[in-house]
Design a binder for this molecule. Sequence first.
Ligand code: HEC
Ligand code: HEC
Length: 469
Amino acid sequence: MTSRQSLLLFCLVAGLGLPLRPVVHANDETSPPATPVTEGAETAAQRGWRLLTTKNYVPADFTEAVFNDLWTVWPEPQRQQAAEATPEERRRMAFERYGLLERPESAGSGPPLGYTSDGQGGWAMNCLACHTGSVEGQLVLGSGNSLFNLETLTDDIRLAKKARGLAPRHMEFGRARMPLGTTRGTTNAVMFGVALWSLRDLDLNPRLNLRLPSFVHHDMDAPAFWNVSRKRLLYCEGSAEKGPRPLLQFVLVPQNSGDKIKSWEGEFADILAWIESLAPPVYPGSIDRDLAAMGQRVFEANCVRCHGPQGPGTKSPEKVIPLAEIGTDPVRLHALSDEFRQTMHKGWFGEYGKSEYNLEPTGYVAPPLNGIWASAPYFHNGSVPTLWHLLHPEQRPVVWRRTLHGYDHARMGLEIQAFDDLPADVQRADDRREYFDTRLKGKSAGGHLFVNELTADEKQAVLEYLKTL
Ligand code: HEC
Ligand code: HEC
């Protein structure tokens, strides 16, 4: 067992109390990217991991004391259950409510993986809050956090602070102006970037003639990090050239000066090196190899023309499929204004016009599909819960609710309950966030109907093949 696998195991025993079945990444034996360094020189990727998990790039959102008291603002019956629970059990309940994960080295205290401590009791959010999740209860580094419930967390923080007479901080201010994520597992991350960027000029100085941008709020599913190494262009419409600068958008909070942000470029190059060191996780279930080989032939005949070959070492063709052809939800494509795209390109982020930037994207990129079994839900908006539903468009649920840790090995993806409508007793906002309603703006599960050309047997074979990627 590698040291990283032991860490994962430790995390499971100490933190989550879940079964001992660590997820193995394809490159685990050669270069475990997340191994803490004890001796010798750090690689760029190791430095990136250390920075990500220890350095505060934004001010703390809340304190550990406030976090530990959040249960006092929960609705009943959870509040009563928490009141009667041990502190360890209460922490587990809070982690589940907000979709937070224990750090690999955690002994059940301190900040979750997606937050760093400021050394004075404060916890600040980091990239991993959205960019590392779990599958069937197992931590999978670099998978989108499909459990994250940022809006519920922020609403509870606001109430808990208010009860203690504490002042709100930037997340609660942001929440007062915009939705943060209306469904568990997805966030309005793209609009966070628009909001933060509107406060700066092209050179990252505070902008004097401040004009509020136009917002098109919509929730997104964070893409898996292990495919970044196969890409040249970032984001679902392939807009920005890969590099450390675009990744610094998240730290544009007013408390960070432009000079400070620029001085972090090298550190973000290390963070990008960590991201690019991640290999896709290997499917732990059984695979029917003959069926998968048949599925590979179906994939080559029907899917490669857009997604490209998926073998090790292959680059993604990053083919942009026009919206009219792909037919998935259109909101994200039109959400960024021409002005926003131009300023991103002309300013420091776009290396003053030198980096490649797609100013007029026409559709969505057909993404690489490595490790696809572990990155449910599917499509850029996370509207389709399993690969089977992706392959059977007419069966995609109108409304669905996931179980927290279940994995559907028959349909490959989230274990869900499907509904024709939101259940009538779902009234509270925190309850509503547990349901993905594909009828809402930006949440359509339509499109990608090329799969209808496949026979039922071909679909079954492709599903088997997708397990091998
Ligand atoms: C609030 C959630 C959230 C946080 C925090 C966040 N991201 Fe993301 N990230 C997203 C979403 C959603 C996307 C997809 C955006 C799109 O395609 O339009 C994304 C896209 C990316 C991509 C492009 C991936 C690809 O395959 O195209 C990279 C790289 C990335 N994020 C890195 C980071 C880094 C580094 C940080 C921390 C500095 C960070 N993110 C913080 C949600 C988040
Ligand atoms: C005409 C181009 C095209 C063809 C053909 C095509 N796809 Fe796609 N596929 C796309 C695009 C574009 C997306 C991204 C859509 C989005 O996120 O809105 C996508 C998304 C997906 C996803 C979800 C990826 C994710 O990370 O959420 C899977 C899985 C997938 N395709 C599998 C297949 C399979 C299997 C086939 C063949 C049966 C196939 N595709 C054929 C263009 C295509």
